[in-house]
Design a protein around this ligand. Structure first.
Ligand SMILES: [Zn+2]
Ligand SMILES: [Zn+2]
Length: 273
């Protein structure tokens, strides 16, 4: 199983980091988790196009995690020449979000159908709203879910993907909680969106201070990893985004609480488990 970071950014624009998104590839099955800004470009960087996706999983409806879903839908539609269905799993509200995206794309859909004989209908998107705790199969990948804690964003759902004994936990934005512990239990890789509490606390901007109460810090993620027997932790969606010369400091703080491997993600970082 490969876990490819198709976006390690946050809502704060960064020229080197696409918005939050992670791709899991096992055998011939590719699953995208979240679709932040620039995800289709990063997928191309990984040698993949939306038409290769077996499913998109959405953790929650914050815009940084879904703002490029319209690009995934349109590119999937055009590149599969209208023949394939894109399956999207996500929490309550994702069906309405996709429906509204399709409404926003109405003019484009009309132009393309008029212009290309091959396209006779709009994008086929099968949206499946799930509840935390549900599990399902995407080809030969087993996906299990649990509730995460990112209020007032709710519901929020984390994912655990298993394939031939390999386990990846991709939990999205969340505080440490029982759901994350369940998802990451003995995982080969645990991908966690993180902030540096000590650095954020120094910035006297109220809206930045607000993020402290619904994200995991680096130390908390390391403690989660140690508590539930994770082999490797991957940090993504870092706030504030570190420059390469700061990576060792981030890793050192986490290493005080976790003995396994710690990876500070960059776009297209690939972990093979
Ligand atoms: Zn969020
Ligand atoms: Zn986020």
């Amino acid at each position: 199983m490969d876990v490819v970071l198709t976006g390690t950014g946050s809502p704060l624009p960064d020229p080197n980091r696409a918005g939050p998104s992670t791709l899991v590839r096992a055998g011939k099955t590719c699953i995208l988790i979240d679709a932040g800004r620039g995800v289709v470009m990063r997928m191309a960087g990984a040698g993949l196009f939306p038409s290769f996706l077996a499913a998109v999983l959405v953790t929650h409806l914050h815009s940084d995690h879904i703002c490029a879903l319209n690009d995934v839908i349109t590119t999937h539609w055009v590149m599969s020449q209208g023949s394939a269905t894109l399956t999207v799993y996500g929490p309550a509200g994702i069906a309405q979000f996709v429906e509204r995206q399709m409404a926003a794309l109405e003019a484009d859909i009309g132009y393309r159908i008029e212009h290309h004989d091959q396209l006779t209908e709009g994008p086929k998107v099968d949206v499946i709203e799930i509840e935390a705790g549900d599990s399902f199969q995407v080809n030969d990948i087993t996906v299990s879910t649990a509730p995460t804690q990112h209020s007032p964003a709710r519901p929020t759902i984390g994912f655990r993907l298993e394939h031939e004994g390999s386990v990846a936990a991709i939990v999205g934005d969340t505080l440490p909680c029982d759901g994350v512990d369940t998802l990451a239990s003995n995982a080969d890789v645990y991908v966690q969106t993180v902030i540096r509490r000590d650095l954020v606390e120094l910035v006297p901007i109220e809206m930045l201070q607000d993020i402290l109460d619904y994200h995991s810090g680096v130390i908390e993620a390391a403690q989660t990893g140690a508590r539930v027997g994770v082999k490797q932790i991957v940090f993504t969606h870092m706030v504030p985004a570190p420059s390469p010369d700061q990576y060792s400091e981030w890793v050192a703080r986490a290493a005080e609480h976790f003995d396994g491997e710690i990876v500070l993600g960059e776009d297209l970082t690939t972990i093979t488990i």
